[in-house]
Design a binder for this molecule. Structure first.
Ligand SMILES: Cc1ncc(COP(=O)(O)O)c(C=O)c1O
Length: 460
């Protein structure tokens, strides 16, 4: 039985259409309202603390309270609260942040374009890939390959590249020219006895086959998250990206790294593509670019793309793309301060230092009867729940994962069920001791979920 809704829950239900929620169920259960944050914790309206094991939506890498970021915003608010980058106008925070991003990013990036969200960044990526190939006299080279279970946002083209059923169904997506390659998930996709490198090589052959079927001259770009996030925290098999990159290079297909989750230290290097051993042509960044404190995203492109696009735009007369809030000065000032902190505290090194503790907990709990596979890289982790450790998963999917999420919430930890996979992405400032606190209630939550799954018939 659900409790009657509180006044604030009723007001919420009558005012908001919540994204990524079941609207009718929410009217019954009510929302959880978060009021404030501090370090790795957020507090609800009753003052109860929760460890935020997802950094909100994979973004609050510096936690939920930071006086330096607040100060950077306040100073810029007073100095110049809004300006834009259209028609030859500029401002110092955007220039400085672009210089800093270029210097940090792998792949010899030469120009940065700012937007406000990850979806806008990826939408910009596709427009650039199309523009670039028109400029090069290759108007047929337009298809974009993303992957089943990849997540790239929800606008029309970004949502089409996202390879998840909920994001397509009844939104009339995907649009044409967007193709989906295999999910690189060894546990689910490998043949019995197939090693990770052999599986990676097979995925590269499968990509080659897809490109040949479509015609290499029709394929513009391959977009991928170094580690898939919202699709279930899927870490690619050893050798995957180098093998995929070889195929893309051979067919003059741009490699777009969607670093919206993996960027700025999450995997233990500045960018996930560095951890996974490849060099992209362009990079999408967002989320941790400002520690999630303000909306800001960036696309960085290499010199060849920048030069081709700039020359083509000059011939046309203008580069007809841009967002009113792209590179917003307050967001850019916060981004600069976030980079100061990442550099001063050496956040990638901190992630590398605490990752073994995080990994030890994931590996220990992966032995639980309810867990099919435990996954982790840097401070990204997941438990994929399954009956009898079977990669096939539950007969009725999407029930057991949310139950574990609820059991953890009841014990003071906010994690996120992505179907039957429970994802973890704690603030990157987390300490060894706080990692122990985060995992402390897991055993009991898994046991309670296991018992419930048996009663409900999800387990034999
Ligand atoms: C890898 C990746 N790309 C793009 C996006 C979309 O970002 P936004 O929600 O800011 O549009 C997300 C959001 O979670 C993401 O994880």
């Amino acid at each position: 039985m659900n409790q009657p809704l509180s006044n604030s829950q009723t007001r919420d239900a009558e005012a908001l259409l919540h994204t990524y929620a079941n609207p009718v169920a929410l009217r019954r259960t009510g929302v959880q309202t978060i009021e404030r944050g501090e370090g790795i914790r957020v507090f609800d309206q009753t003052g109860r603390p929760f460890i935020e094991a997802m950094s909100g939506l994979w973004c609050a890498g510096l936690g939920f309270g930071n006086a330096e970021l607040a100060e950077a915003a306040r100073i810029q608010m007073d100095r110049l609260p809004y300006y834009h980058l259209f028609g030859g106008k500029s401002h110092e925070p955007a220039v400085e942040l672009a210089e800093r991003v270029k210097a940090l990013a792998p792949g010899r990036m030469s120009r940065v374009i700012f937007q406000s969200s990850g979806s806008e960044a990826n939408e910009t990526q596709v427009k650039l890939a199309w523009y670039y190939n028109n400029a090069r006299g290759r108007p047929e080279k337009k298809k974009i390959i993303s992957r089943v279970r990849g997540y790239h946002g929800v606008t029309i083209v970004a949502g089409s590249m996202t390879g998840l059923p909920y994001n397509h169904r009844d939104f009339d997506l995907p649009v044409d020219r967007i193709l989906h390659a295999d999910t690189p998930h060894h546990w689910k996709g490998a043949e019995p006895g197939e090693s990770e490198p052999d599986y990676a090589a097979r995925l590269a052959r499968s990509l080659e086959d897809l490109i040949q079927r479509e015609g290499p001259d029709t394929v513009a770009a391959f977009i991928a998250e170094p580690v898939m996030g919202a699709g279930g925290v899927i870490i690619p098999p050893e050798g995957y990206f180098p093998a995929i990159a070889e195929v893309c290079r051979r067919h003059d297909i741009l490699m777009i790294a969607d670093e919206v989750i993996c960027g700025f230290g999450r995997t233990g290097q500045w960018f996930g593509s560095q951890t996974l051993g490849y060099e992209p042509d362009t990079i999408s960044m967002a989320k941790q670019l400002t520690g999630g404190f303000l909306p800001l995203s960036a696309v960085a492109v290499n010199g060849d793309i920048a030069e081709t696009v700039e020359n083509h735009a000059s011939a046309i007369g203008t580069f007809g793309h841009g967002f009113t809030y792209g590179g917003h000065p307050v967001a850019a000032a916060v981004g600069i301060r976030a980079l100061d902190i990442y550099e001063r505290e050496d956040i990638p090194a901190h992630v590398r230092a605490v990752a073994p503790r995080f990994a030890a907990h994931v590996d220990r709990l992966a032995a639980h009867l309810l867990v099919g596979e435990g996954r982790r890289l840097g401070l990204l982790g997941a438990f994929e729940l399954a009956p009898d450790r079977s990669p096939e998963g539950f007969a009725t999917p999407g029930k057991v994962g949310p139950k574990l999420q609820d059991e953890l919430l009841a014990r003071g930890v906010i994690a996120r069920a992505l179907g039957d996979t429970l994802a973890l992405c704690p603030p990157m400032i987390i300490t060894d001791g706080e990692i122990d606190e985060l995992f402390a209630p897991f055993e009991a939550a898994l046991d309670a979920t296991h018992a419930w799954a048996k009663t409900e018939g999800h387990l034999p």
